[in-house]
Design a protein. Structure first.
Length: 417
């Protein structure tokens, strides 16, 4: 009996897996040895009866959006720098002392506005003196012309000599020349007087002052009194690869629109127009310089500010579009999880053209009206069931993505053509 039990234990250790999984093996073992091992085996027993249908995995909750055909903007993006449309350094043309300042540092001044007034007392006195000299010469000229007329009459009557007539003519001519010189001197003094009032040559924003009220300034000074930057409108310069030169020139001809993105939280976007493409490519960098101009009515853009320029060079109509979060990378390329009418999901390869803002545009793989998963893809399996909220509208033009609940932001820009 003890030998039988030992033999049984060895068999259980060696073939326990078979005994657990096969009722027939247990029956054969009992018939051969006379020992029923079924009571010794604990754990789940395999039933020979047909098993009931097992319930499938629960439906996965996801966010979804509807594929829509919309206009796809071809956007070229580049880093740019804001530049004043015009920059003027204010200097004096004459020496003098500042007696008044008509603005404060940082003020927006208009063209023709008085910025500085220099001491003008000496120039006004010199101007009055020049005008008095003219008046004296005019009076002398009248007398000289009277003498000349009488000399001419006496010469005709043979009473006076020709020499006396010539002298009278010379005196009258000298006085006329003196009057002309006096009037020129008056013009000079008036110009000097005008230079003593320094006005703004353009409308713009003033910078810091280098000379204060009461300072003596000279025309020979190298440092400007201040600098005025024209900020309304304003320009933004940027460089593009030479491969985009053709697209840039065509966009310039069409008057292409652009957006200037100011980094921050949130980022600010300012409209602009393409106004300039340089006439040559930089050989050292292989880039071409271009500029866009913004009205900048609220002075959101500031000279020297680092920004990003998004230039729309072309708009292609009726391209299938989805939120960028609906497109995922996979071994076979880019895919989208498509939801069938019965709420089952299937991964489908797509051909991604580009991503603009939060919107992905595809050329193959999706059709308008289909539903795609925008969030929750990690919990999906092919053929699995999903539950979704009511999908929202399709993406709007110019890269405004159709938001879906739980959607994650996509990249800001995609491949360029």
């Amino acid at each position: 009996m003890r030998r039988a039990i030992a033999f049984l234990l060895v068999v259980l250790v060696a073939g326990g897996g078979i005994l657990y999984s096969s009722p027939e093996a247990r029956t054969l073992f009992a018939a051969t040895t006379g020992v029923d091992v079924s009571p010794l085996i604990s754990g789940p027993q395999t039933s020979t009866a047909p098993s009931a249908k097992r319930a499938g995995p629960p439906a996965a909750p996801v966010a979804a959006a509807v594929v829509a055909e919309t206009d796809m903007p071809i956007v070229l993006s580049a880093a740019g720098t804001v530049e004043a449309l015009a920059t003027v350094a204010i200097r004096t043309r004459v020496d003098g002392q500042i007696v008044s300042v008509g603005f404060r540092e940082g003020d927006l001044v208009t063209e023709g506005q008085v910025l500085f007034q220099l001491d003008d007392r000496l120039v006004k006195a010199q101007l009055a003196q020049a005008e008095a000299n003219i008046a004296k010469d005019v009076a002398s000229l009248a007398d000289a012309e009277g003498i000349l007329a009488r000399r001419e009459q006496l010469v005709r009557q043979k009473i006076s000599s020709e020499a006396a007539l010539d002298t009278a003519k010379a005196n009258a001519g000298a006085l006329k020349a003196s009057i002309a010189a006096g009037r020129a001197a008056v013009d000079v003094q008036k110009t000097q007087l005008d230079y003593l009032t320094i006005r703004a040559p353009i409308t713009g924003r003033t910078g810091s002052l280098t000379a204060k009220l009461g300072s003596a300034i000279r025309a020979a000074d190298q440092m400007a009194l201040l600098t005025i930057n024209q900020t309304k409108p304003i320009a933004i310069g940027f460089a593009m690869p030479q491969t985009d030169l053709t697209a840039l020139r065509q966009a310039l001809t069409r008057g292409a629109k652009a957006e200037v993105v100011i980094p921050g939280t949130p980022a600010l976007r300012v409209p602009a127009d393409l106004t300039f493409v340089d006439n040559q490519v930089d050989k050292s960098t292989g880039t071409v310089t271009a500029k866009v101009t913004s009205a900048n009515a609220e002075e959101t853009l500031w000279p020297g500010l680092a920004v990003e320029v998004e230039l729309t060079v072309e708009v292609r109509p009726r391209i299938p579009a989805v939120p960028a979060s609906a497109i995922l990378p996979a071994q076979q390329g880019m895919i989208a999880w498509v939801i069938s009418p019965d709420n089952k999901v299937t991964p489908r390869p797509v051909a991604l053209d580009r991503i603009v803002g939060q919107t992905a545009f595809v050329t193959e793989g999706l059709k308008a009206g289909e539903r795609v998963v925008t969030d929750g893809q990690l919990r999906l399996a092919p053929g699995g069931m999903v539950t979704i909220p009511e999908p929202k509208a399709a993406p709007a033009a110019k890269g405004n993505a159709p938001e879906a609940s739980g959607a994650t932001p996509g990249p800001r820009s995609g491949p360029r053509t």
